[in-house]
Design a protein around this ligand. Sequence first.
Ligand code: GLA
Length: 380
Amino acid sequence: MPDDDLDDATATWVAPGRVNIIGEHTDYNDGFVLPIALPMTVACRAQRRSDGWVGVRSRQRPGGQIDLALNSLDTARDYAPGWARYPIGVVAEFVRRGYPLGGVELRIDGRVPIGAGLSSSAALCCSVAIALRDLFDVRVSEHELIELTRAAENNYVGVPTGILDQSAALLCTAGNALFLDVRRFVRSEPDAYAQIPFDLGAHGLELLVIDTGHPHRLADGAYAQRHAHCAAAAGELGVRSLREIDSIGALDRLDDPVLRRRARHVVGENARVLDAVAVLRSGADPRRIGPMLTASHASLRDDFEVSTPVLDAAVSAALSAGAYGARLVGGGFGGSVIALVDYEAVGRVTAAVRELFARTGFPEPRTFAVVPSAGAHRIS
Ligand code: GLA
């Protein structure tokens, strides 16, 4: 990191990317999600500045440094480069909420692939948020940190995301998947989340990530449109959110076939999360969640319509080569696929995906296995 000019008062905080095992597009419908944190993190090295300015540098954007007065952060939304709006948005959210921040120097080094649907943006926001919390001794709960980092992304970048990514980055623990009930969480009810042991290695399994190299984009309006469809479906059904609906039959009351399909995905996906959690909690063979992953993909493809030909190709190649289940991960519209595979089958599945991609003229995908890793923390 180009931080030689920072002195010994500097410390470093990291926050991870995530893959969601199952529960996609359910978070902004008050539903259920089941992410794990990735071993890849975004690091934020930070130090107070005495001049009341905020400086942001990123190792991935050499030369693209930003320096702003703490009281002029709002204007930055209009001209700061895209990547810088995330950290600036987090600082601005602390200020907007009345937390007493001072000037600060932030040095970012991101190791979560960008645009791969692995939540590099939430990792960035969360690393900055915990750095600010600790540097300025801000008394802020994890609950508020999640809302604050989500607000930074919603307000400064303009994507109406839910809380999946921020919750994963801040609440996940090594060795576990995070079962989060968003409705309980937003209402601050007890037992809103639980750590579910997720030890695939003990069963001879790997969770393979296939990064298709087709960047996913949420800011172009399609994600926001899905959000709006769900809100419209809930409105027509007379409920606060689609979480209130637990039978597909109840959706017959929706006249619009598009809204019906969107709602069918959400209702079915919530049920699949609960089924997957029941399997994992019972200590049964995790291979049994494979068909749930594949059903999730089919639903995201056919009902929610957020898949793409390259994501579908990765899923079908993985399944043909013996994966127990596979699905697109994150918002969709590009990005990555996850596949649940036997340890011995990793080479075969990887080769099958590469071969199909080469034959179809898609760029070579990047594949890697991941294990449930730690949530955001200070490392030095
Ligand atoms: C993106 C958003 C999340 C969530 C997923 C889809 O990652 O940031 O809030 O909605 O898409 O599950």
